[in-house]
Design a protein around this ligand. Structure first.
Ligand SMILES: NC(=O)c1ccc[n+]([C@@H]2O[C@H](COP(=O)([O-])OP(=O)(O)OC[C@H]3O[C@@H](n4cnc5c(N)ncnc54)[C@H](OP(=O)(O)O)[C@@H]3O)[C@@H](O)[C@H]2O)c1
Length: 279
């Protein structure tokens, strides 16, 4: 697995395994073991996914040394005034001693919080303390748009090292990616397969056929070619392996442009500036 470097030089495997929608049930331990056997070393988790304990059973029992795993956790919105306790709870649940990366799961939504910028600043200051205390090796955010990042950077002592955003063919958010590139913030792609929804788009299927790969493989390599770290999720061992087997695929610049220009498809519709559901 190729490794990338975060702004603080902490290394991160170039493809991560998404754990959203895996159940908090023993079958998930087998799924994580399959993912480890397939070669995944980078796991994207979140308290809000409700499955930390089960993931922890797999991480706690694996023979792969902790130093070879890269485990990301996320602070849920309900824990904004409870950051250190939330982080230590996740570390305990995940049986992982420390987190490689801790992310703010959602910025405070302006549609819910008049003082959204101040809420985000306070939360970020708490993440900085976790980093300085060594509980987490790197810190970052999710779902921050450009103006939310600009506000945060005004007072951040340590800039976010990662911004995890919805990113897939048909939803590129180029303004956010460009801003992050300029500020040495690694962009991670959540739902890099559009949660599976865009894999049957005819143009994508045709291009995948041309390269003799699956639409999922084309989508994952497209993320990497655009400098974005994909976090695909699959419960199926064969698909897990397939989703890692992308590094030899060479997408031509012309085809990369076709993929970049694909119209909106497969998006979640979630917008961190207007969301009221869990702002
Ligand atoms: N920060 C955030 O706010 C946020 C939000 C959403 C997601 N995320 C992260 O991003 C991760 C990935 O997003 P996601 O779970 O929405 O989904 P995704 O990776 O975009 O797509 C997963 C779907 O595609 C299917 N699939 C996977 N590989 C395939 C292949 N090779 N061929 C055909 N179908 C394939 C899976 O089915 P099977 O499982 O049956 O193979 C599943 O239905 C999440 O798990 C989570 O870790 C973060």
């Amino acid at each position: 697995m190729q490794l990338l470097q975060l702004a603080n030089n902490h290394q991160i495997p170039a493809i991560g395994y998404g754990t959203w929608r895996l159940k908090n049930k023993p079958t998930t331990v087998d799924i994580i073991n399959d993912a480890i056997s397939a070669g995944y070393r980078h796991f994207d988790t979140a308290f809000a996914y409700g499955n930390e304990e089960t993931l922890g059973q797999a991480f706690g029992a694996t023979k792969v040394p902790r130093s070879e795993l890269f485990i990301t956790g996320k602070l849920w919105n309900d824990d904004r005034s409870n950051v250190r306790a939330a982080c230590t709870r996740s570390i305990k649940n995940l049986q992982c001693e420390y987190l490689d990366l801790y992310l703010v799961h959602w910025p405070a939504s302006p549609a819910v919080h008049k003082d959204w910028a101040e809420v985000n600043r306070k939360v970020w200051a708490e993440l900085e303390k976790l980093y300085q205390a060594g509980l987490v090796k790197a810190i970052g955010v999710c779902n921050f748009k450009v103006n939310q990042l600009e506000e945060l950077l005004k007072t951040a002592k340590i800039p976010p090292m990662v911004n995890q955003i919805e990113y897939h063919i048909g939803q590129r958010q180029p303004d956010i990616v460009e801003f992050c590139n300029q500020h040495n913030i690694l962009v991670e792609a959540w739902s890099p397969l559009g949660s599976g929804k865009m894999l049957k788009v005819p143009e994508l299927v045709q291009l995948a056929e041309k390269y003799q790969v699956s639409p999922a493989q084309l989508s994952i390599k497209w993320c990497l070619d655009n400098g974005v770290l994909p976090l695909p999720k699959s419960k199926d061992p064969e698909r897990m392996r397939q989703n890692l087997d992308v590094f030899d695929l060479k997408i031509s610049p012309a085809d990369l442009k076709i993929l970049n220009d694909m119209p909106y498809v497969g998006g979640s519709g979630l917008d961190s500036e207007t969301i009221t559901l869990f702002g």
